[in-house]
Design a protein around this ligand. Sequence first.
Ligand SMILES: C[S@@+](CC[C@H](N)C(=O)[O-])C[C@H]1O[C@@H](n2cnc3c(N)ncnc32)[C@H](O)[C@@H]1O
Length: 273
Amino acid sequence: MSGAPVGKVYFIGAGPGDPELITVKGRRLIEEADLILYTDSLVNPEVLRGVKPGARIEKSAGMTLEEILEMMIGAARRGERVARVHTGDPAVFGAVMEQAAELEAAGVPWEIVPGVSSAFAAAAVLGAELTVPEVTQTVILTRAEGRTPVPDGEKLTALARHRCSLALFLSAGLIDRVQEALKAAGWGPEVPVAAVYKATWPDEVIVRSTLGRIAEDMRDAGIRSHAVILAGPALDPGLRRPGGPRSKLYDKTFAHRYRRAVKGPGTAGGEEP
Ligand SMILES: C[S@@+](CC[C@H](N)C(=O)[O-])C[C@H]1O[C@@H](n2cnc3c(N)ncnc32)[C@H](O)[C@@H]1O
């Protein structure tokens, strides 16, 4: 490759669907790209508006890893910029590492540009905070075990024993299994569970339910794929009330680097909560 110009591959998070939810950097890189290769199963083609004249747009859902790599490496070796556009954020179930490893071996530079994951888009459309003070301070992003196995120690029942917020990808078709796993972890039938199909798309469907009813409610709504399932006590809409759980962040008695305490003990210095 001596002397030949080498392009670059950008893995770009397209966000969940709403074309306004891609980053400014992601949009610019798509506009500047010579080749745009996008996951047509879940990326909204609206995010590809404004590509430059002559740019090639290819869909990747029907391609194998080898075909994708051949296309990207070929373009980069011609000195082209490649926008490899993934749904949500590439770091979550994005299958990015297997692509990056081969690009690296082929001497092709690459970079990841983050995006809004569907887990956070789903929380947004539900009006939910996943880390509610004194309820849970932890979110687990995972999937139910289906044809793709999960490592030992990451079975859903074991994870659910933390009683934190769970964001489940690729699991809508396995909702019966999810229900059983959470019950086996000791979750009661009234624990809030929600499913958001195609969050932020025009045909988005939101199902707010409970552990006891979620499988039936999702079936009634016809949701079997393309949905994020959020579960856990933080989703309880009853928490959203005046005088409900509050963080220390704006607590007037709690001092931190950016604010003195008005009264009370608080803590001085250090990180804000
Ligand atoms: C291969 S994973 C990709 C996840 C993606 N990287 C992300 O951060 O959202 C595909 C799964 O993500 C979820 N997903 C992606 N986009 C979605 C959306 N707009 N609404 C609901 N779920 C979505 C679904 O669980 C789907 O089965």
